[in-house]
Design a protein around this ligand. Structure first.
Ligand code: GLY
Length: 604
């Protein structure tokens, strides 16, 4: 009874197979890959355009800081470092100096991409069974909301490494805007007011956080900041000032380090003066792949993002996504199957390359991808258990942040950094105004036990002293004709990798501009749990087709990720912010001039 159903629009498998066999000429067509789609009349969402560079971040105040640096003659790295510090003030849930991350830098004069790893490290006292009790069970929340959850922060070392090696400006000059913002305060936006109120359960548990993030500064958590209030961060201003004066030593040694260690000692934390003093950012060789004639350059381990984005693109190259049509059931089916194989490999094979030999060449090999492609059948969901076995788990909301920057000399920066969860562990180190990360939760606490993002891990990602936990952060460049053409990245925990994948497919396969690409509804499948997650925005008919294919479809009643895209074409920069995040902003030097002098401004 293929067409009989209680639901009026439920699709049968017969109808599904009919749909999948529709002549190509009648199937949904994606937009042309012709670059003329960037013309304003041909798009739904309009990128911000500039002739002299572009800064795209999750917070418009920080974007303005970066754009000002470009306007003053700084390069993309100068702007990135200033923006990174500014976000630590203006986006406290994810911008940070108490966390870590990854920066990809393209140097136009050398035609070279540098990957800077400033991921947090496990303290020396950490060990494999750190979060396991005497009965062998995981101690609930020990790796998430305690001082023991903190890895040794990497952000200050990473930003300093970038500036000293690839910037042009003085360190103090790029830290200064953040100090000013912390000192004089920022006006509380609707987004910040709502976010701080929502985060109360986590922030109010820690007295220093309650004092910092609630208005009367006494720890009274009922004194919420209101929209329009001034939010000052005097302790953070002083911490930034010590960084400005002393460089990394102004953070990893001296007063700030002493404050961190005192709080660790008082609360069973692990980080010592020696852990801090020995922290160093390192450069790694970026991972490189190709997709339909474009070069893809992304972050190598200890991020899993680059390897798996390239692995998935290698598989997708075997399918004609344009014919399937963006957002169609067949497109989602292709994408979801490819994701399952990548996330299954991630759980087994990825970890810190300084501690574990990752089979990188094999994972990036196009013939391995071709083998995966032969197992993917159009219109069918392969159960995850047939790919590899694992355990289902819950999902917890993450908050990382990404920014993308390009300058008029052709340099580019893609930077993703994080405290792990929104506001990290929720713990502010007294006297510093700085939240500390809970990045230790990104290790596999016990083989087969999921982390907060439901990701499974194995030996490759077990805890060891000085090791970096596996990440999903995926700052990425797409090159066309040898030049950076698309810069992208996103927060989203385990969803970062699938989100970045969709950006690349949107611009290459479907010819979208940077803003249209950012706006598209997203899908995610991470192998375990065996569940296809969709943002709202996909049609009920499409969802029914997917259910007939065998997917357990979960429409998530909220959005995820915050991509910050730049497309560069014909000597113009097209900034595409993610419309999901209220305070995001794209701005270049032309736009800044326009803001400052509305009469004289001339935008392209
Ligand atoms: N903490 C999230 C990640 O690094 O992927």
């Amino acid at each position: 009874m293929p067409f009989q159903s209680q639901k009026p629009y439920q699709f049968s498998s017969l109808l599904l197979s009919t749909l999948l066999c529709v002549p190509l000429s009648l199937q949904a067509q994606g937009p042309s890959t012709d670059t003329s789609t960037i013309l304003r009349s041909a798009v739904f969402h309009h990128p911000v355009i500039d002739t002299r560079g572009m800064v795209v971040t999750q917070n418009a105040i920080a974007s303005k800081v970066g754009a000002q640096i470009l306007a003053n003659g700084g390069n993309a790295v100068d702007a990135a470092v200033a923006t990174g510090f500014a976000l630590a003030v203006t986006l406290p849930r994810a911008g940070n100096i108490g966390g870590g991350g990854f920066m990809l830098v393209y140097l136009a004069d050398k035609d070279q991409t540098i990957a800077i790893d400033y991921r947090e490290k496990a303290p020396a006292a950490a060990h494999r069974d750190l979060y396991i009790d005497a009965t062998g069970e995981i101690i609930p929340n020990d790796s998430r909301f305690t001082h023991r959850a903190a890895g040794v922060p990497g952000t200050v070392a990473g930003l300093h490494h970038a500036l000293i090696n690839y910037g042009t400006m003085q360190w103090a000059d790029v830290v200064a805007p953040a100090i000013a913002l912390a000192d004089t305060g920022i006006i509380v936006s609707t987004d910040l007011a709502e976010n701080l109120t929502r985060a109360k359960r986590r922030l109010a548990n820690n007295l220093a956080s309650a004092k910092k993030f609630y208005k009367d500064n006494t720890g009274n958590k009922d004194s919420n900041y209101q929209v329009g209030d001034l939010f000052k961060q005097p302790d953070l201003a002083q911490t930034l000032d010590r960084i400005s004066v002393g460089g990394p030593e102004g953070f990893y040694t001296g007063r700030t380090a002493e404050l961190i260690v005192a709080d660790m000692q008082a609360n069973n934390g692990l980080i010592t003066m020696e852990d801090l003093a020995s922290y160093q950012a390192v450069e790694r060789k970026p991972v490189h792949g190709s997709y339909r004639g474009h070069d893809i350059v992304s972050m190598p381990p200890p991020s899993s993002g680059g390897i798996h984005v390239i692995q998935m693109l290698n598989v997708l190259e075997n399918f004609d996504l344009k014919v399937a049509g963006q957002g169609s059931a067949l497109y989602i089916n292709r994408m979801a199957e490819v994701m399952k194989y990548a996330y299954a490999d991630r759980s087994m094979h990825l970890g810190d390359p300084d501690f574990y030999e990752i089979p990188q060449e094999w994972l990036l090999d196009k013939s391995y991808a071709a083998k995966i492609a032969t197992k993917i059948i159009a219109g069918k969901a392969t159960p995850s258990d047939e790919i590899l076995s694992g355990k289902p788990s819950n999902y917890e909301s993450p908050d990382t942040t990404h920014f993308s920057i390009m300058d008029s000399a052709g340099n580019a920066v893609a930077n993703t950094y994080t405290l792990n969860f929104s506001y990290g562990s929720g713990i502010t180190i007294p006297g510093t105004g700085m939240l500390i990360n809970n990045e230790m939760d990104d290790f596999s606490s016990k083989p087969g036990a999921p982390n907060a993002f439901g990701l499974l891990g194995d030996m490759a990602n077990e805890i060891q002293p000085h090791k970096r936990p596996l990440s999903s952060m995926t700052p990425t460049f797409v090159f066309k004709d040898g030049k950076p053409w698309f810069v992208t990245g996103s927060p989203g925990g385990s969803r970062i990798i699938s989100t970045v994948l969709q950006q690349i497919v949107n611009v290459i396969d479907f010819g979208m501009n940077s803003a249209d690409s950012a706006a598209q509804p997203r899908l995610h499948h991470q192998w375990q749990p065996d569940q296809l997650q969709l943002e709202t925005g996909f049609s009920p008919d499409t969802i029914q087709l997917l259910e007939v294919m065998g997917y357990d479809v979960k429409t998530v009643p909220r959005t995820w990720g915050a991509v910050q895209n730049i497309l560069s074409q014909n000597e113009l920069f097209f900034g595409g912010v993610d419309p999901r995040r209220a305070d995001a902003g794209a701005l270049g030097p032309d736009g800044l001039e326009c803001l400052d002098n509305a009469v004289a401004c001339r935008l392209p």
